[in-house]
Design a binder for this molecule. Sequence first.
Ligand SMILES: *Cc1c(COP(=O)(O)O)cnc(C)c1O
Length: 363
Amino acid sequence: MIPYGRQSIDDSDIEAVVRVLRSDWLTTGPAVEQFERKVADYTGARHAVAFNSATSALHGACHATGLGPGDVVHTSPLTFIASANCARYVGARPALIDIDERTWNIDVSLVDENVSALVSVDYAGLPVDLAALAHRPRVVIQDASHALGAQTPDGPVGNCAHSDVTVFSFHPVKPVTTAEGGIATTNDDALADRMRRFRSHGIDRTARANAWEYDAIEVGYNYRLTDVQAALGASQLDRLDLFVSRRNEIAARYRDLLAALPVALPPAAPAGWVHGYHLFAIHVPHRDEVFARLRAAGIGVQVHYVPVHHHGVSVDIDVPSAGYPVVERVYSGLISLPIYPDLTEADQDTVVAALSRILTDLA
Ligand SMILES: *Cc1c(COP(=O)(O)O)cnc(C)c1O
């Protein structure tokens, strides 16, 4: 099976992990601090706070920015359910806005002034144009799980030029991996402190009279990343730019190879932007049949995503009677083709040949 995404692990990654296993620290210690510094330096943010997943980082971001009951949090319908659940975790209510045909990201012109927060999602690795927001809500959190290594004219995604917090995921299919893991970047010292406290039981670390004293001043969680994972992440980060350029090469080659087929290609990055190409999702006719036949041919395609409001958990979302027409149209034909740094040209040719044969059969 050629998967739709997978990690790229080399000997330097393995050696970095083994070094930590031979050291005194396994859980949150010096390797986590080094990894956080490295991500902060890469993105240009003041702080990076590591978590054991992007989901927990999103929870931490919603908590630290003060979201709670009574708050309405906009996000995209075309995302993983965690982008909406983070509002629910803190007692806030998720609300959706349709996507823009030209980007497959939320339509930034539809963000209204009555919502407390926006959790923007850089779908497939194409950054949301936050500089073009019609209204800036009180809180802006970027779910950039797809977009580490991507750039806008304002610089690297994660520098928080137009947001309070940016969150990245390190799941194996994401731009770099720690097996499971996530991180939140911010330029705000107080937000960084609050997220650090939240990820470790709400314990305030201010020095006290006795070395053993500590004070849990609020409810927190154990959302810590381990040193073992952080060592893998730091080692992976050295190859991030290589990974992103390889993904861009694969995407450009798909665009050439698919040009003659009756499919719609994904939105491209504007001039001056860098696309992360976490996904290469296209729009095909007869999607359900194409999906089944590609899987049967050994190609591990996937659909990203079943829209947020289609899930049973989303009974709390007020869907307008007209629905979200753009996302419904895009979703009806959506399919993610394999893309990852180690995908070979031969594998890519296999994918395109299979798709071409199937589309001819179904025409
Ligand atoms: C992967 C992903 C998440 C969740 O990341 P985890 O690290 O698996 O918790 C959240 N949002 C989006 C858009 C994702 O793609």
